[in-house]
Structures are given as structure tokens and as C-alpha cells.
Ligand binder design. Structure first.
Ligand code: NI
Length: 192
């Protein structure tokens, strides 16, 4: 796979987004190329996070590039991540690059600590609050086939599902598509 090439996004309705992704056995050059392509895709789509299933790869990998007022910028790939600490709770707006045009308030832990491997296969530990904490939980959910819609109450969810069917009838009816996506993000103008 050529690196730095943006990949087509998978959209809500595509079964790959519902699969539990598999652990990466070793951080090889192929995995690094996937990571580079995921960053390229995320920047093309103006998101702040992207998980491998969103580009059709059912692997436990996600990338983020997040900065907010209270925290330094974190641009990082997470391979085989585990959330090892969770505390507090906070409600904030989220979107998803795989569900463009749909946004909602989602309750998340206010602070998390994630352990993962980086793109060199080295273990690291990331403490996060604010937007980064939200992004890490959102992306980690993708690896378990969970979408932010699943975190909403039934009424809100039903309304948003109906909206999705109106704005994206093709994806709602079937699956994979290669339409360009925009929209997404918490608290700003970007997305995951
Ligand atoms: Ni997402």
C-alpha cells in the first residue's frame, strides 16, 4: 500500500463498522503505511480522529490529531489501545466521519488514560482530558464496532437515524460508498 494516500471512507450501514476489530500482531511496515494513509484520510476529511474500520480495515488502530484550549496538541497513532483508567463524566457534541451530517451530545468520561503501541511498536501511555479524552473514547469504540449513535438515548437516536435515511438514503439502505464526507467533530468544525 502506498503511504500518504487518502483512502475511501466507509459509512454508517457498512458492516465493517460493526465488526470487532482484530489486534495487530506486529507493527510492521504495512501497518505503518496504513497509519500514514489514515492520517492522510483524516486530514482530507477534516477530522480529528479516524479508526481503521472507517477505511475498511478491521484492525485495532486509530489516529488522532487533537488540540483544544486547555491541552497541548496530540498527533498520535494508537495500535492495540486499551483504556486503563476512566473518571468523571462530561457531555459534549460529537460527529463521526462515517456518519456525516449527524451530530449529537454524547456523555463520556471526562478523563481517560490509554495504553497502546505507537507507530514504532513502542508501548506508551496517554493521559487525556477535554477534547482528546472524548476523541480517544470515540475512536476506541470504533474498534469494538460501537458508534456514537449507540451512546444516545432511544428517542434522540431514532430521530437521527431518520435524518440519516433522509440525507444519505443510499448508505442507509445498503452499505459501502465512496462519496466524500464532511462534518464531524466535537466543539469545533472538524470530526472523527
Ligand atoms: Ni467516528
Amino acid at each position: 500500500m502506498a503511504s500518504n494516500e487518502a483512502l475511501p471512507l466507509r459509512f454508517y450501514g457498512d458492516p465493517v463498522l460493526r465488526r470487532k476489530a482484530e489486534a495487530v500482531p506486529a507493527v510492521t511496515d504495512e501497518v505503518r503505511a496504513l497509519i500514514e494513509s489514515m492520517f492522510a484520510t483524516m486530514y482530507t476529511e477534516e477530522g480529528v480522529g479516524l479508526a481503521a474500520p472507517q477505511v475498511g480495515r478491521s484492525l485495532r488502530v486509530f489516529v488522532v490529531d487533537v488540540e483544544d484550549e486547555d491541552n497541548p496538541r496530540v498527533k498520535q497513532a494508537f495500535v492495540n489501545p486499551t483504556i486503563v483508567e476512566r473518571s468523571g463524566e462530561v457531555v459534549g457534541e460529537e460527529g463521526c466521519l462515517s456518519i456525516p451530517g449527524i451530530r449529537a451530545d454524547v456523555k463520556r468520561y471526562a478523563r481517560v488514560v490509554v495504553e497502546a503501541l505507537d507507530a514504532d511498536g513502542k508501548p506508551f501511555r496517554q493521559e487525556a482530558e477535554g477534547l482528546l479524552a472524548r476523541a480517544l473514547q470515540h475512536e476506541n469504540d470504533h474498534l469494538d464496532g460501537i458508534l456514537f449513535l449507540d451512546r444516545l438515548g432511544p428517542i434522540t437516536r431514532r430521530l437521527l437515524e431518520a435524518k440519516w435515511k433522509r440525507v444519505r438514503p443510499d448508505e442507509a439502505a445498503s452499505s459501502a460508498s465512496r462519496s466524500p464526507a464532511r462534518g464531524d467533530t466535537p466543539d469545533s468544525a472538524t470530526s472523527r
